[in-house]
Ligand binder design. Sequence first.
Ligand SMILES: Nc1ncnc2c1ncn2[C@@H]1O[C@H](COP(=O)(O)OP(=O)(O)OP(=O)(O)O)[C@@H](O)[C@H]1O
Ligand SMILES: [Mg+2]
Length: 243
Amino acid sequence: MIILECKNIYKSYPIKKNFFGKVIRELPVLKGVSLKIEKGKSVGILGDSGSGKTTLAKILLDLEKPDRGDVLYKGVSIYDMKKEKYKVFRLNVQAVFQNPYNSLNPRMKVIDIVAEGLKINFKLDREIIRKRVLESVRRCGLPASVIDLYPHQLSGGQRQRVAIARAIVLKSEVIIADEPTSALDVSVQSQMINLFLELQEIFLISYLFISHNPAVVDALCDSVYEMNEGKLRDVAFSDNKFF
Ligand SMILES: Nc1ncnc2c1ncn2[C@@H]1O[C@H](COP(=O)(O)OP(=O)(O)OP(=O)(O)O)[C@@H](O)[C@H]1O
Ligand SMILES: [Mg+2]
């Protein structure tokens, strides 16, 4: 079953404006990108810096609109969705970014960071929320005591685990992880890879991993693509270019 899919995505960014503010030059970033993410499977994207990987991730998360092309969640275009269905899409497709320190609010305690999505989307009482946060935190390999700490009181690996717990608590179906391990020590990287795999087994999550590191993608992914100047192409694991 295909959970998330994009079809023939084109995206340019304006790079030059004239005196009147009119765009006179554009930088084409994505040039007809199509991708399918299946239930419980992992897709990896490798590729040079500036090739368009993060732009694609943002479009799949609906943080950025394409110029052309479509994004479908369970077969329905997210641009034509009714409000209720769109909410389901937003809950089920979550992001884990490169540097969790930037994406975690420094003024919020872990419990509130992890609980935020639950509070916004569901009317649950405090005790149930606390229970679900503790459960997710534990699943992500963190001690219960972290819930009363602030992000700056955590290690890099712990912060990354909090970012993952935030997606797990919502029982998300797809996690889009943009360079999820690159800010971490090598030893912590392999712990994170194990955590991603473990959570996939428990919750049947689908992942999109974006990485510069072929070994990370190799360990995690069922299929791998390379982004090259705004175009995606299949990569065989045996491709000598990477090993
Ligand atoms: N908001 C924006 N406005 C203008 N140009 C942008 C914007 N976002 C990205 N770009 C440009 O689009 C291109 C692709 O950027 P993108 O962040 O998708 O690359 P990337 O493959 O994720 O690179 P990296 O591996 O370094 O993270 C770059 O040339 C970048 O400068
Ligand atoms: Mg990027």
